[in-house]
Design a protein around this ligand. Structure first.
Ligand SMILES: [Zn+2]
Ligand SMILES: [Zn+2]
Length: 288
């Protein structure tokens, strides 16, 4: 995050926002800047990824599903917009530690003995590590003692749209993002790789809510996609995973997505569309 902060300082904050007498490494200034950068970045990533996904991937016929709520997209957006600033508060404290040099983030590919191989290794381990942690955190959030207080809010959307991707209770959103923040404190990670991964995980989170169930056959048993996660929203105790189905298989919570068995949410949506068309025709015939 110090990379983003130094760009923000150089091009925006120092010339246009803060007094020049306020040093860039002042802790209070860094916290304030992190608040601005994290919130603006959070909103921009959410709206770009969710809007692109809604335009190009989300099948709008799903909006006719009987479990779609009234004004659902509007409600998903409002819930997200309210959550992001609250969620950002604990996140900023971790970013602050990073900026003060407590993590294992490094600047140049050559800073570790492994060079480019280290970058590839860190991408693979980042995905595997966070996939494992998110599975268990998510499963823990479904425990009956905490579910209704924290995670239930995300399950209001039984058939989610891409705009539900970040519509979490702030505690829920923070807890599920913790693995991404913890990784660079445990393992060496190249700063720009971390930024790339950060953007990637945001897009991925949107993608598992995009209602686009088509996946190459080879990936179907391995990758946890939108078909898996939509079934998680519908049936609760299955498919807690984030990137892969691995931990659902180990934890015995894997369920083959209904969309892969020809019985997904689109079937109900199409039935509802047919019923509406029939009603329209009956009304029209009566009028004739
Ligand atoms: Zn979800
Ligand atoms: Zn859940």
């Amino acid at each position: 995050m110090d990379v983003v902060l130094s760009y923000a300082d150089e091009y925006v904050l120092t010339p246009y926002v803060y007094s020049t007498s306020w040093p860039e490494d002042n802790p209070l200034r860094q916290i304030l800047s992190l608040f601005l950068v994290t919130n603006i970045g959070g909103y921009v990533l959410y709206f770009i990824a969710a809007t692109l996904s809604y335009w190009f991937l989300f099948d709008k016929r799903l909006l006719s599903h009987p479990l779609i709520l009234k004004n659902q997209i509007r409600r998903e957006i409002i819930y997200t917009c309210k959550s992001i600033p609250v969620m950002s508060a604990p996140t900023i404290s971790i970013f602050f530690l990073e900026v003060r040099g407590y993590g294992k983030l490094y600047d140049n590919v050559g800073d570790t003995r492994l060079g480019w191989f280290g970058i590839i290794l860190s991408v693979a381990t980042f995905i595997l590590f966070t996939d494992m942690c998110i599975y268990w955190i998510h499963r823990g959030l479904h425990h009956k003692k905490v579910y209704k207080y924290i995670h239930k809010a995300h399950h209001i959307w039984k058939v989610p749209t891409p705009f539900a991707s970040h519509a979490f209770h702030p505690v829920d959103g923070f807890l599920q993002s913790c693995p991404y923040h913890i990784y660079p404190f445990l393992f060496p990670l190249h700063k720009f790789t971390y930024l790339g991964l950060f953007v990637f995980v945001n897009f991925w989170t949107v993608s598992i809510h995009d209602g686009y169930y088509r996946v190459p056959d080879t990936f179907k048993p391995i990758v946890n996609g939108s078909a898996h996660h939509t079934d998680h929203h519908l049936f609760y105790n299955f498919n807690y995973g984030q990137f892969f189905t691995l931990w659902d298989r180990i934890g015995k919570t894997f369920r083959n997505p209904s969309a892969f068995e020809g019985n997904g949410p689109m079937v109900e949506a199409l039935k509802a569309i047919d019923l509406t068309d029939e009603n329209k025709n009956t009304t029209k015939n009566k009028a004739d």
